[in-house]
Design a protein around this ligand. Structure first.
Ligand code: AMP
Length: 202
């Protein structure tokens, strides 16, 4: 199953992606996660990525496209994949169209007020557990950190870029009959049920 999960930053793509890949045994491919790993490892790609990411800007399409082509050749993509944070531009979507058939694009729609609170309040542990100081505060003895790009100025830039680039991508997949919009601010279980309903009727 070849899937894309779309949503503004903070829409919960990472959380819902975990539920989907566990059910369908496909890899969760997040270009943001791949780039953060490169930054952490201090590679040449990581050094380039860091400046874009800290400013909340998108990396050039050719860099992202190379990452995706390489990733899709790995063995675990045999039965499909779930993209999160990709494609982010129409150029990326058109490139993807040449190398894979996308069965469903699920868009998690959320109110901006909620997105801002989720992002400014987001804190994570080294092993990837996500808390939120407003909705799900970390216990006192748990060490958490904040993503460099989860500050209000960068968040506003990331949201603006998301909305600026979203419509052509939506139109592209709507034209293919593969676009599904769902309410992303419902409870995790309810969102997952809705996603399963969509995937079962495909
Ligand atoms: P994310 O974790 O998906 O919010 O991505 C974090 C940052 O990584 C973004 O703000 C961009 O700077 C960069 N990034 C991630 N995915 C892409 C992509 N598909 N195209 C361009 N830049 C990306």
């Amino acid at each position: 199953m070849n899937l894309i999960l779309m949503g503004a930053p903070g829409a919960g793509k990472g959380t819902h992606a975990k539920d989907i890949v566990a059910r369908f045994d496909i890899p969760h491919i997040s270009t943001g996660d791949i780039l953060r790993e490169e930054v952490a490892k201090g590679t040449e790609l990581g050094t380039t990525a860091k400046s874009y990411m800290e400013a909340g800007k998108l990396l050039p399409d050719d860099i992202i496209i190379e990452i995706i082509k390489k990733r899709l050749q790995e063995d675990d993509c045999r039965n499909g994949f779930l993209f999160d944070g990709f494609p982010r531009t129409i150029v990326q979507a058109e490139m993807l169209d040449k190398i894979a058939d996308i069965e469903a694009v699920i868009y998690l729609k959320c109110d901006d007020d909620i997105l801002l609170k989720r992002l400014t309040g987001r804190r994570m542990t080294e092993d990837g557990k996500i808390y939120n100081i407003y909705f799900d505060p970390p216990p006192e003895n748990v060490k958490v950190y904040q993503r460099d790009d989860d500050n209000e100025e960068t968040i506003r830039e990331r949201l603006k870029i998301f909305y600026d680039t979203f419509s052509p991508i939506m139109d592209f997949y709507e034209g293919k009959g593969a676009f599904y919009e769902i309410k992303g601010d419902d409870a995790r279980e309810k969102v997952f049920d809705t996603i399963l309903t969509i995937l079962n009727i495909m």
